[in-house]
Design a protein around this ligand. Structure first.
Ligand SMILES: [Zn+2]
Length: 338
């Protein structure tokens, strides 16, 4: 009799909870069907492994940052640093889910750098504020100088409020912190890490990204192009015909001009192009480069993340879309008390 009563209680409890799970599954499915950009649908289903769990991964509570503009090093609470990175990397007007995804990606990238590539900065600093070296960073003082103190306070308040729920969260791959690279925009497709740096990382493969920003055009005269390539050490003949060879994701792999081949990534930095997703045409002796997207194209696209968030995707779905096969974990902050 007692066993029967217990069985009834268990059955009743299961029946009460089951609809919640069904509702949850249905919500996810609707997300998938609702989101369309053109004809493309992004299927994202968040597996159990992606639900945030605590971990033994340790993060320093305070880090040393080298201020590249002032030539000084300062110490800062790690979460405050992350807030400053989000403020520099993403407009606070972006959807809060995109800001959350940005904070988790920035924190993961920081810990990856601290773990795998520490040092290399003055005064033993862990990172610097030069976006070309580490990540962009905006302090409250710089923000106040850029806008007004009131506007800076508003921006930081918005970012703190949006990212508080994901405080301490990182993404991992095989139980180790993931190198969560990100960039401004990608125009349809992100790039695989192997095509940029030769490093194969399974969670940094090319994926669809729902965005189509206006392309950006830069024009170079033939002499200008020749001079720039020569300045970079290329023994180039006066620039004539130009040809692009694309890689497997559709970006430029290398270009051939004036008898030399130049890797597209290198050409991008020589000419200051926005991305390696470009076309080039010759017109009246000039070379017209039309670039799509902005940045190296690897990992999460910030504009794509905002578009996904505006379509109802949550930060974890956004992260899982751009970083396939990863998991979400909470770090343990090292005590900051001596
Ligand atoms: Zn740096």
């Amino acid at each position: 009799m007692k066993i029967k009563i217990i069985a009834y209680i268990i059955a009743a409890a299961v029946m009460a909870v089951l609809p919640l799970f069904v509702a949850e599954i249905r919500n996810r499915a609707e997300h998938i069907i609702d989101y369309t950009s053109g004809d493309i649908v992004i299927p994202v289903s968040v597996p159990d492994s992606f639900i945030a769990e605590s971990s033994d991964i340790v993060m320093p509570g305070i880090i040393k940052v080298y201020d590249a503009a002032r030539g000084e090093t300062f110490e800062i609470d790690t979460e405050e640093y992350i807030t400053g990175v989000v403020a520099a990397e993403m407009p606070s007007a972006f959807n809060p889910e995109a800001l959350k995804a940005q904070a988790v990606a920035a924190r993961s990238y920081l810990l990856y750098k601290l773990t795998n590539n520490p040092g290399g900065h003055a005064d033993g600093a862990s990172v610097c504020t030069d976006y070309k070296c580490c990540k962009a960073y905006l302090s409250a003082e710089e923000a106040a100088a850029r806008w007004t103190e009131q506007k800076a306070d508003e921006v930081f308040d918005i970012i703190r409020a949006a990212t508080e729920p994901v405080r301490g969260l990182i993404i991992t791959y095989d139980d180790a912190v993931a190198c969560a690279l990100f960039h401004a925009s990608s125009s349809g497709k992100t790039e695989s890490s192997v095509n940029v740096w030769g490093g194969e990382l399974p969670y940094l493969h090319s994926v669809y990204t729902p965005e189509s920003e206006e392309p950006f055009t830069t024009v170079f005269g033939a002499d200008e192009l020749t001079d720039k390539l020569r300045g970079a050490g290329y023994d180039v003949r006066p620039a004539g015909d130009i040809a692009i060879t694309c890689n497997d994701t559709g970006r430029a792999d290398y270009i051939t001009v004036g008898g030399v081949s130049v890797p597209a990534g290198e050409l991008r930095s020589i000419l200051g192009l926005r991305s390696t997703l470009f076309t080039v045409e010759r017109q009246d002796g000039d070379y017209i480069f039309t670039c799509y997207g902005y940045g190296h194209g690897v990992g999460m696209s910030q504009v794509g993340a905002a578009a996904m968030a505006d379509s109802g995707y949550t930060y974890d779905e956004i992260l899982l879309h751009y970083y396939k096969g990863t998991a979400l974990r909470a770090v343990k902050y090292e005590s900051t008390e001596n």
